[in-house]
Design a protein around this ligand. Structure first.
Ligand SMILES: Nc1ncnc2c1ncn2[C@@H]1O[C@H](COP(=O)(O)OP(=O)(O)O)[C@@H](O)[C@H]1O
Ligand SMILES: [Mg+2]
Length: 216
């Protein structure tokens, strides 16, 4: 197990961004991460995650709690130890390792394995930032942070079908950034198509913003 300070290195810089919802780290003291949205205490064995009152915090708390419950059988994700609904606080197992900037072929194959198990358990992540991927000195890879996930209720529901594709897109994107030779032709096709849609949406968003500003 790495030391607490080693883990503090996981979060560098002052922003832990989630697209538009940037979370500013207010304090990093020893093993405590404090942002405007959460307070995380990383103990030797237990991680305590308090969701602070802020937009959507109860729903993010419930998503992560339910996601962890569904993934009890999934390897290398945190185990839920205890939850305090009134205090929107989760207690989970601490996983070893620290965030890495590069992912090897083995790392990506391990990550693919976790993602396959995670989707089978009915949990689809909305993003897969590298800071949520931990690798220890022996090369053991783990995945944390499930507060932004879609849970499967029915396999045919459009929200699940889309969320699953979003997760697969983020996995393919990581593979293309770190080990592009591993991408299957199907993954490459999916990535190209999604990138085209994302580029179109970005242009559409910019046009909408400038239209709104011109009406002010
Ligand atoms: N169970 C855990 N075991 C070890 N480290 C963890 C665990 N949960 C979180 N961390 C570390 O704390 C960081 C922040 O936690 P996270 O749940 O991702 O918060 P945020 O929602 O702000 O991104 C993670 O990127 C990871 O480095
Ligand atoms: Mg995170």
């Amino acid at each position: 197990m790495l030391s607490g300070q080693g883990c503090a290195d996981n979060v560098s810089g002052s922003m832990v961004g989630h697209s538009n919802e940037e979370a500013v780290i207010k304090e990093v003291i020893g093993n405590i991460y404090e942002t405007n949205k959460m307070l995380l205490e990383i103990g030797d064995e237990v991680v305590t995650k308090l969701f602070k009152p802020s937009s959507g915090y109860k729903s993010r708390y419930r998503q992560e709690k339910e996601a962890l419950l569904r993934m009890e059988q999934v390897d290398n994700v945190p185990r839920l130890i205890k939850s305090e609904d009134q205090k929107t606080t989760l207690f989970m197992s601490r996983l070893p390792g620290r965030s890495v900037t590069e992912l090897s072929e083995t790392n990506l194959s391990d990550l693919t394995n976790i993602v396959t198990q995670m989707l089978a358990a009915g949990v689809a992540r909305h993003s897969m930032p590298v800071r949520d991927i931990l690798v220890d000195e022996q090369g053991l890879l783990s995945l944390v942070d499930f507060e932004r996930s879609t849970l499967r209720y029915q396999t045919w529901r459009p929200d699940w079908i889309i969320a699953k594709k979003v997760t697969q897109y983020h996995l393919s994107r990581l593979i293309s950034q770190h080990q592009p030779q591993l991408l299957s032709s199907q993954q490459q096709r999916q990535l190209d198509n999604t990138n085209k849609v994302r580029a179109f949406l970005r242009i559409f968003k910019r046009m909408r913003t400038s239209y709104r500003q011109s009406r002010k």
